[in-house]
Design a protein around this ligand. Structure first.
Ligand SMILES: Cc1cc2nc3c(=O)[nH]c(=O)nc-3n(C[C@H](O)[C@H](O)[C@H](O)COP(=O)(O)O)c2cc1C
Length: 251
């Protein structure tokens, strides 16, 4: 097994950090890896905002549902889908922009570019022995995040990422069997037996793990998470509207 795969296969999210700062040259290499990652037409629709200031990390911890690991990790990165630079380019050429950026596919492009960027940052950080945890809850109070980060129109804060040296390495979380997520040539819809098999193994894993052991299954977790009325991030439609991505005619 090569070193890259070894590092990727050792992944786990870290939610407890030491006070050791992340070295500037290490952070620069992580950002360099993010910048060189594949992106749509090389239009580079991602910006990363680096938050190190402790009082601001505390503020973001509170904004993200009181997640204390954000205050504890020395670096909090916020990954934004960014069409502001595109808008500057189009404006300079005298082109209209609003009806173009308002097409829903641009939200998909922004979201997958942020996903690629964050995944790259996680892999790069872990290669230096750093720990990370993605923070979707940056969208919990997305409008406050826009203000706090000074984001212009056409920029969406989509994901956060805590980065720091781990105070502890949690156990690895146990994934679905490969056959349930990777298919040869065509999708296999007969997944119920595989999910039942996973539920059984997952229940044993949840019960036996040293931290946060409990009774449960994966299908119960999924059903509980998506129980109606599902409204995980209620500010997102307003975020999209205010930042110029969502027009009333699309409703
Ligand atoms: C898009 C995304 C958003 C996430 N948001 C949060 C979050 O707000 N808080 C948190 O503690 N973990 C968050 N996570 C971490 C997941 O809970 C974690 O990756 C998952 O449970 C699998 O665990 P592992 O990364 O340790 O393997 C997020 C992960 C992703 C990919």
């Amino acid at each position: 097994m090569n070193e890259v795969i070894k590092s990727l296969l050792a992944h786990r999210s870290v939610r407890a950090y030491t006070e050791k700062a992340v070295e500037d040259e290490v952070l620069d290499q992580i950002i360099g890896a993010v910048q060189i990652a594949p992106n749509w037409v090389n239009l580079q629709h991602v910006s990363v905002i680096v938050v190190k200031d402790q009082s601001r990390r505390k503020k973001f911890a509170a904004l993200c549902g009181d997640q204390q690991h954000i205050a504890q990790a020395p670096v909090f990165l916020i990954f934004c889908a960014d069409y502001y630079r595109t808008w500057l380019a189009c404006r300079a050429k005298g082109q209209p922009f609003d009806e173009v950026v308002g097409q829903i596919d641009n939200v998909l492009v922004g979201a997958h570019e942020v996903g690629i960027a964050l995944g790259t940052a996680v892999a790069a950080a872990e290669s230096f022995g750093l720990g990370t945890v993605p923070i979707g809850d940056i969208r919990l109070h997305a409008l406050d995040a826009v203000t706090e980060l000074g984001l212009p129109k056409y920029v969406l804060p989509l994901l956060g990422l805590c980065v720091g040296y781990p105070a502890e390495w949690p156990g690895q979380k146990f994934r679905l069997p490969k056959e349930a997520v990777c298919f040869e040539e065509r999708y296999n819809q007969s997944l119920a037996p595989l999910l039942a098999q996973y539920d059984e193994a997952y229940a044993a894993y949840l019960m036996e793990r040293p931290q946060n052991s409990r009774v449960g299954t994966w299908t119960q977790l999924a059903a509980d998470f998506y129980r109606p009325p599902y409204d995980h991030y209620p500010e997102v439609p307003e975020l999209l509207r205010r930042q110029g991505f969502f027009h009333s005619e699309q409703l």
